[in-house]
Structures are given as C-alpha cells and as structure tokens.
Ligand binder design. Structure first.
Ligand SMILES: [Zn+2]
Length: 211
C-alpha cells in the first residue's frame, strides 16, 4: 500500500495520495490549498491514475482544491453530513483561514455513509462515521494493511477542535471512544494535521487528555 503525504495551506493541512501499488488507481485525500502540483508529481512518480478525491470532512481547508480535480474529470466523494460545505466551501473562521477569495464548490459524485467501502485495487477502506469535529467526519480503515485515514478526529498528539459551527463535543467523545474500541492499537493513522504514521495506541494516550 502506498500512502504519501504533504502539508499545505494556511493551517498546515495534510493532503494524501493513497494507492494499492505503483501503476494502479489512487485516491487524492483532502487536496489542501496549494497541493495540486505536489499531487500531480506524486501521481506521476508512482504512475497512478486518480480514481477520486476523497474528503475526510467538509471543512474549507480540506476541500478548497476539490474543484481543481473535478474540473479535470476526477469525481469527488464525501460524507453525507457535510454536503453543503462541499457544494459551497465555507471559510467560516477568519482567524484561521483569513478571507480567501470565494472557493468554487463541487457536487459530490458519491455520498459516503457508515459501512461504505472504498475499493482501490485489492485495498478495502471501510468507512466509519465519526461526527463531532464536523457532522460529516469519516474514518477510512484498511484493516488488512493496518492503516487508517482519520481526518481531524484524532492527531498524533491531540484531537480535533469542537468549537466550530456545527461541532458537537458529545458526539466527538462518542466517536473517539468508538474508534479506540474498534480499531486495533497498532493501526497507523494519517490525520488531517500534524505528523502521520504513528500508531493509534500512541495517539490515544494523548487524546485521553482531552476526553
Ligand atoms: Zn476540520
């Protein structure tokens, strides 16, 4: 399994390219502001064909370059709970995002829900709905390879904020508990911000300080 990450934009958002193997199909995960060239280079280096853009959730910094890929015919897949933010990306926090020019929205080609499976060659990324940071937050878990794209649910040393519009601290607590209960501690996590590749068990020791 190939997972390559880069960090871009005003709030250091992680963009990932995920594929089963060189020469196969790839998911572009959360194309952040200024990530397009790096994504192109990564696709080219591994001879990958983009299958879809996968949005871990609908926050502006994670969906801001969806339109770049949609304009090239790459479909966008996103959780049903953040649909309106996909259609009209909302930089709702000027303290974080500044006041960027309007971001074109994209109509998702596929709305994702609990239990859906993203198939990428032999990879099967099973989706878990993890609302709290935003209503449409998803975790994508590849159980055989022991990898999980966790968005802004949990970071290497912290958890996602719950003071944004439509955040829900109680739902966040349930989502964190559920994730730590259901995914093996050895699972390597790929969050929306900060370092990636640490184990879920390592991240859990920090996350528990916020639970
Ligand atoms: Zn977020």
């Amino acid at each position: 399994m190939i997972i390559r990450g880069g960090t871009f934009g005003p709030v250091a958002t992680n963009t990932y390219v995920v594929a089963e193997r060189q020469g196969g199909e790839a998911l572009i995960v959360d194309p952040a502001m200024g990530s397009a060239r790096w994504v192109e280079e990564t696709l080219a280096r591994f001879e990958l064909t983009p299958l879809a853009v996968y949005a871990t959730h609908g926050h502006w910094d994670h969906v801001v370059e969806n339109h770049v890929w949609a304009d090239r015919g790459v479909p966008v897949w996103a959780g049903a709970g953040d649909l309106d933010w996909l259609r009209a990306p909302a930089p709702f926090n000027p303290a974080l995002f500044g006041n960027p020019p309007p971001t074109p929205g994209v109509e998702p080609a596929r709305l994702l829900n609990e239990g859906d499976v993203l198939e990428l060659g032999d990879l099967r990324l099973v989706l878990i709905e993890t609302p709290g940071h935003s209503p449409g937050c998803l975790v994508a878990h590849e159980a055989d390879r022991g990898e999980a794209l966790v968005g802004d649910l949990v970071f290497a040393q912290g958890v996602g904020r719950t003071d944004f519009p439509r955040s829900d601290p109680q739902a966040m607590l349930s989502s964190l508990k559920r994730t730590f209960a259901e995914l093996p501690g050895a699972t390597r996590i790929y969050p929306g911000h900060g370092p990636w590749g640490v184990s879920l068990a390592e991240a859990e020791t920090f996350a528990r300080m916020f639970m």
